[in-house]
Design a protein. Structure first.
Length: 423
């Protein structure tokens, strides 16, 4: 199939395939591999120029504890995440599953078991959708770099890559997301045979969604380390580290970890732009989740249990309809969620008993605090809505963030501009 026909075909089936993901909003990324044992970033092999012969023994030394994936999945569930994406093979080339394509894998080396299978089982146990991260770039395979300059090496490397992807798509039942990463060193989707590779994945997993890192505009874009909406109509998911590294990084001090409030800020920005947040944890070599991930994520889950209506589900984009402060001027990012006639105003800095929202052009029918359902008294004036009788102090105990739910007669519109005169 040629590229245009492939892209047209997947675009036609996308709305049905991707609906669950658009409504899920929040997922957990897990980076776990041999590099976790070194604990100095998942790129350590490349950054410290560790020769393959010196790196490989990590494969035999690796002894994860019993089924740590259950701990990740339990945490993801408690944090209000709906799906997970785990590194089945990172750039180091070590395969976490029982592959027939290479001995450099978890079943045949130190762990002595199929870690991908354990992960899949844990996701199913905790009712989370299942994503496989797969790095196209491979620092271990002899053809992983040579493929750029040697046609025979490229053929071998593509056969290897397609063989691995085929196993992942065949051996573990239904898989929901295929998440490719770094397509170095081949410079085009033609050279990677991306259409052929992803068509094969889709044949084996007809419901799957696939990210865009195979150099094709597949189902969603992947802004990294910033939460920035892609153009309207394009599905996107911001992937974020928790502390600046994807892999286990025990030397990261506490203040380098995103706070609970920062995580909510990312969720808010993602929701406003109709996007998703994929937040990473880098488990320790034995698979344990770093304590700070629990400390920061459990309150997010408690908050979402009360305020999830402002985050999950189908949303409209707020840009062009609702404003408040630009992202840089507001610690919570864009502070609105929009769903049809209902808008949710994120209040991360509590105003006290009364305040106003300016520039609302649509008639407001009802206001309430989302978490408690408590109605809020309001008065609509031509260029602002006054709210009164609010609690004196921030009512939210988990993240100091409350949501004011506003129900209008129509999809609301706000126009503030920079002046103070109504024109
Ligand atoms: C980058 C990094 C990689 C990480 C990935 C996650 O591409 O190379 O280490 O896994 O981002 O998005």
């Amino acid at each position: 199939m040629d590229k245009e026909a492939y892209l047209a075909e997947i675009a036609a089936s996308r709305p049905d395939r991707i609906r669950w993901w658009q409504e899920a909003r929040f997922g957990m990324f897990v980076h776990w591999g041999l590099y976790s044992q070194i604990g100095r970033h998942e790129w350590v092999m490349n950054r410290e120029r560790i020769p393959i012969a010196e790196y490989e023994p990590l494969a035999d030394a690796w002894k994860p504890k019993e089924r740590p994936a259950r701990e990740w999945a339990a945490l993801a569930k408690q944090a209000g995440m709906k799906y997970m994406v785990m590194t089945t093979k990172h750039h180091e080339g070590f395969c976490l599953w029982d592959t027939q394509m290479t001995d450099y894998n978890a079943a045949k080396r130190g762990p002595g078991r199929d870690l991908v299978r354990e992960y899949v089982e844990a996701c199913r146990e905790f009712d989370l959708k299942i994503g496989f991260y797969y790095s196209l770039m491979d620092w271990h395979h002899p053809d992983g770099a040579a493929c750029a300059v040697d046609e025979a090496a490229r053929r071998r490397f593509l056969d290897y890559t397609q063989g691995l992807v085929r196993e992942l798509m065949t051996n573990y039942g239904k898989i929901d997301i295929l998440w490719y990463d770094v397509s170095w060193p081949l410079k085009s989707p033609e050279l990677w045979e991306s259409v052929k590779m992803s068509s094969m994945a889709r044949e084996l997993q007809p419901h799957i969604i696939i990210n865009n890192r195979d150099q094709l505009d597949e189902d969603f874009g992947t802004p990294e380390e910033h939460v920035t909406a892609e153009q309207a109509g394009r599905n996107w998911e911001a992937c974020m580290t928790f502390n600046g590294a994807w892999g286990y990084m025990p030397s990261a001090p506490d203040e380098d970890w995103h706070s609970t409030r920062a995580v909510l800020g990312m969720l808010s920005t993602a929701t406003a732009g109709q996007g998703n947040l994929l937040l990473n944890i880098g488990p320790a070599p034995d698979g344990s989740v770093p304590q700070l991930a629990y400390d920061r994520l459990l309150p997010v889950g408690k908050w979402l249990a009360q305020n999830g209506e402002a985050v999950y589900g189908q949303v409209d984009r707020t840009d062009g309809r609702l404003e408040w402060m630009p992202v840089s001027g507001n610690p919570m990012g864009r502070s609105w969620t929009l769903k049809g006639n209902t808008a949710y105003f994120w209040i991360a800095r509590w105003p006290g008993r009364a305040f106003a929202i300016g520039g609302l052009k649509s008639k407001l029918l009802k206001a309430s605090i989302l978490a408690s359902g408590q109605p809020v008294e309001f008065e609509q004036q031509p260029d602002r809505v006054l709210f009164r009788g609010l609690p004196e102090a921030q009512p939210d105990e988990f993240a100091g963030t409350s949501i004011l739910k506003l129900e209008f007669v129509e999809p609301p519109r706000q126009a503030l501009g920079a002046g103070c005169v109504v024109l």
